[in-house]
Design a protein around this ligand. Structure first.
Ligand SMILES: O=C(CCCCNC(=O)Nc1ccc(S(=O)(=O)N2CCN(c3cc(Cl)cc(C(F)(F)F)c3)CC2)cc1)NO
Length: 244
């Protein structure tokens, strides 16, 4: 039973080699897995499921081919793609999960999340997240004409100066106490998340005599990052771009 985890691809038509690597991954390695979990920020931005362009369409077709081949595919929405919705799920055959989901992998309880919700010290961001995750606001925004939505998105992207260079991303790291609270709440000894773009495997002191693990997935700016979970063992691996 092989389960794959990826996140923070930030797919953008300005970085075609990441899309090329991802579509290749979907058509090859991912086909051999039992399930693929995409833990957020699949896209650099997403202003609604109704927006058709070569990037959005090729990625959705690639995901659909994967799920049609029998591989279960799940999406946890990140701060970049929180507007991904039912139409995307239907078109790709993916299942959209909530902010926190406990899954059972080879008998182990594992908590999965994008990771932005653990960055409690980044108050400005948390305010942004709360503001745009109000359902009536999302309905209103996605009811706007596409050109208006894209103009607002460009403005917000500019303001958040997230830019498209990973090094310019100054994102706060997770708050340890928030991580521990959530792992205890969901009774999971292992947490897998993305968002911080700092791939690593950390020990978490869940209690005086209980150690947990926090596995952080890497972004796909300079190369792919895949967590391969197989028969209770996991390995955080890189995938080189196909073209230089
Ligand atoms: O990214 C990082 C580091 C930075 C982390 C925090 N920054 C971050 O997430 N920025 C960000 C996220 C999404 C986009 S967007 O272009 O996709 N798009 C913008 C407009 N959105 C909107 C929705 C609604 Cl309901 C309502 C409005 C309203 F009311 F403003 F008009 C706007 C929809 C989504 C642009 C920038 N780490 O991973």
């Amino acid at each position: 039973m092989t389960t794959l985890f990826i996140s923070d691809l930030h797919l953008d038509d300005r970085r075609p080699q990441i899309t090329e690597l991802f579509l290749h991954f979907l058509a090859t390695e991912a086909r051999q897995a039992d399930a693929l979990y995409i833990l957020g920020d699949l896209f650099e931005f997403w202003s609604g499921d109704d927006i058709s362009n070569p990037l959005n369409d090729s990625v959705q077709d690639g995901l659909k081919a994967l799920t049609a081949s029998g591989v279960k595919c799940f999406l946890v929405k990140g701060n970049r793609d929180f507007l991904v919705s039912k139409r995307f799920a239907k078109r790709t055959g993916m299942t959209i999960l909530g902010d926190y989901t406990a899954i059972n992998l080879d008998g182990q309880n594992v908590l999965i999340a994008h990771g932005d919700t653990f960055c409690t010290l980044d108050e400005k961001y948390q305010a942004f997240r709360t503001a745009v995750n109000i359902p009536w606001r999302q309905k209103l925004f996605t009811a706007l004409p596409i050109f208006v939505r894209e103009a607002i998105a460009d403005k917000i992207r500019g303001k958040s100066k997230a830019g498209n260079q990973q090094k310019s991303m100054n994102i706060m790291d997770v708050t340890e106490s928030e991580v521990i609270n959530k792992m205890l709440e969901f009774k999971c000894d292992t947490l897998i998340h993305g968002h911080t773009h700092k791939p690593n495997i950390h020990d978490v002191a869940l209690s005086a005599n209980k150690q947990g693990k926090r596995i952080v997935l890497g972004d796909w700016f300079d190369q792919g990052s895949v967590l391969v979970w197989n028969e209770g063992k996991y390995d955080l691996q890189q995938r080189a771009f196909l073209t230089k």
